[in-house]
Design a protein around this ligand. Structure first.
Ligand code: GDP
Ligand code: ZN
Length: 289
């Protein structure tokens, strides 16, 4: 008998490398799944101690945003940066529709707004699927790698991929997750093989599992520029949201911490569950009441 944990681990995920034996028929048989270099997983809906692997062996996360239409949304970029780091993928930020900044003569403003990510050491590309600008650089980034795509709809992901490889076909696989009750949940995963070598994986799932299990007090580690100044806050456990004497807020006022990054920090912070310590303290308080 296999335990649920073994069953779950035995499922072949998109991106898995497997050993296939030929059994005389047309189709081979998967004999073994080779050890995975990375996994993109989310908690199993029905067994929370288990993980459902959505993509195996991915190398990098391509975060696609657009300068306009839809307008650049730094908070979403930051959420994906956190998701990449938590899943061991190296992030690349691609800001598409840069032709719209050119048209508005706003290219300098655009670069200034994005400089924060360059300063933080992230790889960044400015592209236009329309004019072809930056598309060769994007090709270099994707070459030979397994890249997971992230970005809201309408930013130009499909158009960019088509510029890289005209007529590419999206192959859609469904990752199923069966429970004892016979119900199952599915996640759509598209896998694209690039002729130049490499794979592109498109899954809407990245959005939901990126920040899974993250607590409020875990957040600051993903904001190195905030972590660097927080030692000067008046309170040792300052969350930089409402406390007096907050050095982070002072640094934002002085322009030493970018405003957009601080805003995304506070906005994401508000959506996260409290720290484990705080939760325990509240439980003890309730017990004594
Ligand atoms: P997806 O949902 O991310 O796959 O976005 P699509 O590739 O479907 O693109 C959405 C719309 O944006 C389409 O009308 C595209 O023609 C347009 N688009 C894509 N890339 C660019 C670009 O670089 N510049 C401009 N101006 N429009 C673009
Ligand atoms: Zn503070």
């Amino acid at each position: 008998m296999t335990t649920p944990r073994e069953r779950s681990a035995a499922v072949v995920a998109v991106g898995d490398e497997v050993i296939v034996s030929e059994n005389g028929g047309e189709r081979g048989v998967v004999e073994a799944v080779l050890p995975r270099r990375s996994i993109l997983a989310r908690p199993d809906v029905f067994h929370h101690h288990l993980k459902q692997v959505i993509v195996a062996n991915a190398d990098q996360l391509l975060i696609v945003a657009s300068w306009r239409d839809p307008k650049l949304w730094p908070e979403l970029v930051d959420r994906y940066l956190i998701a990449a780091e938590r899943n061991g993928l190296s992030p690349v930020i691609c800001v598409n529709k840069i032709d719209l900044a050119d048209a508005e003569l706003r290219i300098a403003a655009c670069r200034a707004e994005l400089q924060v990510y360059v300063d933080l050491g992230y790889r960044m590309l400015l592209t236009s699927a329309l004019t072809g600008k930056g598309v060769d650089k994007l090709k270099d980034v994707l070459h030979g790698q397994t890249t997971v795509l992230a970005g809201m709809s309408g930013v130009g992901k499909s158009t960019l991929l088509n510029a890289i490889q005209p007529g590419l076909e999206l192959r859609t696989a469904e990752v199923s997750d069966w429970s004892h009750t016979g119900r199952h949940t599915t996640t759509q995963v598209s896998l694209i093989r690039l002729q130049m070598g490499g794979f592109v994986v498109d899954t809407p799932g990245i959005r939901e599992f990126g920040l899974n299990d993250l607590r409020q007090d875990d957040l600051v580690q993903f904001y190195p520029e905030i972590a660097a100044v927080q030692g000067r806050c008046r309170f040792g456990d300052c969350t930089h949201t409402h406390e007096p004497g907050c050095a982070v807020k002072a640094a934002v006022r002085q322009g030493n911490v970018p405003k957009a990054r601080f805003e995304s920090y506070t906005s994401i912070f508000a959506t996260l569950p409290k720290s484990r310590a705080e939760e325990r303290a509240q439980a003890v308080e309730r017990a004594w009441r």
